[in-house]
Design a protein. Structure first.
Length: 318
């Protein structure tokens, strides 16, 4: 017997996974699920695990990996604007309205569903109101509140935390170590022009190296993902997928920076350092603000540089 697609290791046995597995076993899974969280790759892994369990059952006429299953359909953002259009949404709806080919049901995975334009969202809403028979719709997003309230109200919500960063690009561990060391030096106090200049020099080195790490990680992830994609994807769809991979990795790297900053500040907070509390809150506020601006196409180097300059000011003047 072939084992089903595994759940992300960090999520195996969690309450959300247990609820989904139980619902599938009882054939009581909702027709529409919203899978949301901070990490697009974790959401994709969860969606593929669900699809595999729904499609590759004993009564199916054949078994296929979910990415290649004839009864598993996908919808992704496309084009330079990385949007999901009304025409693409109608095409997906047309596919799930026909009878399944080999499995007893169909599955549709909608990636970055928050990228639906208004027309597409309204088209899709009609499908949620009258879902096709024997069909499960899996909506993936890191921004659930960007969806229409009427869509959110018609789907069952599951939030999944990141399954843990798995950036294999050379240099990321070293980058985090150097960032922690930089923070530690700031915490000890910086005085004198030479010391300030050294910290600024280190800061801009971190910015430059971050870009190199992100580019390397994206290249490796795209190379691995490209081998799994259908051969008939057009150039716009491939660009959109690669951009989505880069955005997901970028979010995970910034999440690691937040974690490192929190670990640096925690002992100081526990020691009753009120200045550290204010500095930490302001630094994390700046980081979250800049990460939000990245979604509006703020340059990643500019976002990181602004955060680090703010951190330099906060931790040396507290």
């Amino acid at each position: 017997m072939i084992s089903p697609t595994p759940w992300p290791e960090a999520l195996a046995g969690t309450p959300a996974v247990a609820v989904i597995e139980q619902a599938i076993a009882r054939q009581r899974l909702s027709h529409s699920l919203l899978l949301h969280g901070d990490d697009p790759r974790t959401l994709e892994a969860v969606a593929l695990a669900i699809a595999d369990r729904l499609l590759n059952v004993k009564t199916a006429a054949g078994r296929f990996p979910p990415e290649q299953h004839p009864d598993c359909f996908t919808l992704r953002p496309a084009g330079k604007m990385r949007q999901i259009s009304a025409d693409a949404t109608r095409e997906l709806i047309g596919k799930v309205q026909v009878s399944p080919a080999v499995a007893p049901r169909k599955v549709a995975i909608l990636y970055e569903v928050d990228r639906m334009n208004t027309a597409a969202a309204n088209v899709f809403l009609k499908t949620l109101e009258e879902p096709p028979a024997n069909t499960t719709l899996l909506l993936l997003t890191t921004r659930p509140y960007a969806l229409l309230p009427t869509i959110r109200s018609r789907v069952l919500h599951f939030r999944f935390p990141s399954a843990g960063i798995a950036v294999s690009a050379e240099g990321w561990t070293g980058w985090l170590d150097d960032y922690r060391a930089w923070l530690a030096r700031l915490g000890e106090g910086v005085s004198g022009k030479t010391a300030v200049a050294d910290q600024i020099f280190t800061l801009y080195g971190l910015v430059a190296r971050f870009g190199a790490v992100l580019d390397s990680a994206t290249g490796e992830a795209w190379k691995a993902q490209k081998e799994k994609l259908p051969a008939d994807l057009d150039d716009d769809e491939q660009v959109a997928i690669e951009t989505g991979i880069a955005n997901g990795l970028r979010a995970r790297l910034f999440a690691e920076i937040e974690t490192a900053t929190r670990a640096f500040a925690l002992p100081r907070l526990l020691a009753g350092d009120a200045g550290a509390g204010r500095a930490f809150a302001s630094a994390i506020g700046k980081l979250e603000h800049n990460v939000g601006l990245l979604r509006l196409n703020l340059n990643v180097s500019a976002a990181l540089e602004d955060f680090l300059l703010t951190s330099l000011r906060l931790w040396t003047k507290r």
